[in-house]
Design a protein around this ligand. Structure first.
Ligand code: C2O
Ligand code: CU
Length: 419
């Protein structure tokens, strides 16, 4: 990934230019499509900052259509959120300056928030990493942006918006890691790396496996977990992130990084390979993973009464411009997300982290900060969140981009507290 675009000053500001433009995207050796890119590459440049830094991004739109950028998971001020509710779309030839402080450590991402189905499919996304103090140290670190591409018979990006896609979402057979089809990655034997995994696909769910080996889940959307969690698989739905401790492996091993079968309501998928991990010559390991990372205080008890119910079926069929009731700064929100439809929906709240309190009536097994949660079909999730003092227009939506485009979303306002 290209980080050269970024300048970091001693005073804690990160400055870069993002030029949204069409470019040839070579997703496999000798195979190119016409991509929509930031600075000519898919994914866009990796943005790296430290907690408290000011990030300043000047977006120039050289695409043939309007665009905006959403900073997924970053607690930005409302006017920097990149939605059309808070800014006019940046027209071709225009520029817009985004500026915000990054208050939380974690793995975030940025992506277009205008005509998303096409603009993300064509490549308008990148990772944004914020580092905190006292994080566990690893032998290496990598970002894996997972995605897929739907091509037509001529190898061009398949046309958008057929009826089937509206309902079922858009999935393609070309599976990508960091903009490359099923790449081969290498890890030195005996080492442990931090993998920051982002699902940047329009619709594809990834039940991630590293050849069935165990790894540790160390973080989610909003940063580190209270403690590492050992697992052999993890479901990462569109918009979600997961941080893993991966390794150690033995020199000479070849491991499949793949998605295991999953049924999101559209039939069970097969095993699908995203990449191959080759284990190179052994190196000394300096990684130190503590037994605990941090304390997360629960916002509410598992049996807290919901303050609001969001019926995902009604949301799905409500059409554009749905408006939800405002929430007040400082008023604890407990939302029941009820999914009576026949498919899973990854629900994304802009601008604020929530905790999952219940999953289908059962207390959630892990306490974590999230901004996107999959609500399985015929099931529900209860989430809790606290609106801090960032008044303005916010939104939530299904992160299956075709559902979002069809209107599975609502705007709401965060209003001042009672005095
Ligand atoms: Cu990553 Cu409104 O979305
Ligand atoms: Cu959906």
């Amino acid at each position: 990934m290209n980080t050269s675009a970024q300048r970091r000053s001693e005073a804690g500001s990160v400055t870069l230019e993002l030029d949204a433009r069409e470019a040839e995207w070579e997703f496999a050796p000798g195979q190119t499509i016409r991509g929509f890119t930031y600075n000519g590459h898919v994914p866009g440049p990796l943005i790296e900052a430290n907690v408290g830094d000011t990030v300043q991004v000047r977006l120039t739109n050289n695409l043939p259509q309007a665009t905006t950028i959403h900073w997924h998971g970053i607690r930005v001020p409302a006017e920097m959120d990149g939605t059309e509710a808070v800014q006019p779309p940046v027209e071709p030839g225009e520029t817009f300056e985004y500026q915000f402080v990054v208050p939380d450590a974690g793995t975030f991402w940025y992506h277009s928030h205008t005509n998303e189905t096409e603009q993300l499919e064509r490549g308008l996304y990148g990772a944004l990493i914020v580092r905190g103090s006292g994080e566990p140290s690893f032998d290496g670190e990598r970002v894996l942006l997972l995605d897929d591409l739907k091509l037509d018979a001529d190898g061009e990006v398949a046309p958008f918006g057929d009826e089937h896609e509206h309902h079922a979402g858009r999935e393609g057979d070309v599976r990508l890691v960091n903009g490359r089809q099923e790449p081969e990655l290498e890890i030195p034997g005996g080492t442990i790396e931090r993998w920051r995994v982002v699902n940047a696909a329009n619709t594809r769910f990834v039940r991630l496996s590293i050849d069935g080996r165990s790894f540790m889940i160390i973080g989610t959307d909003g940063g580190l977990l209270p403690e590492p969690l050992s697992a052999t698989e993890a479901l990462v739905t569109p918009g979600e992130r997961i941080d893993l401790a991966v390794g150690p492996f033995e020199e000479g091993e070849r491991l499949a990084i793949e998605a295991l079968p999953y049924d999101r309501g559209k039939g069970e998928t097969g095993r699908e390979r995203f990449a191959t991990l080759r284990v190179g010559p052994a190196a000394a390991s300096q990684a130190r993973i503590p037994a605990t990372f941090r304390q997360i205080e629960p916002l509410v008890a598992a049996d807290a009464e919901p303050t609001r119910t969001i019926d995902l079926k009604a949301l799905m069929h409500g059409g554009h411009h749905q408006r939800a009731d405002p929430v007040r700064v400082g008023d604890l929100q407990v939302w029941d997300l009820v999914n009576e439809t026949g498919q899973d929906h990854p629900f994304h709240l802009h601008g604020f982290f929530f905790q999952i309190v219940q999953e289908d009536g059962e207390p959630a097994p892990v306490l974590a900060w999230k901004d996107t949660v999959n609500v399985p079909r015929k099931s529900s999730a209860r989430i809790a969140w606290l609106p801090d003092d960032r008044q303005g227009e916010w939104m939530y939506h299904c992160h299956i981009l075709e559902h979002h485009a069809m209107g599975m979303m609502a705007h709401f306002e965060v209003v001042p507290e009672h005095r």
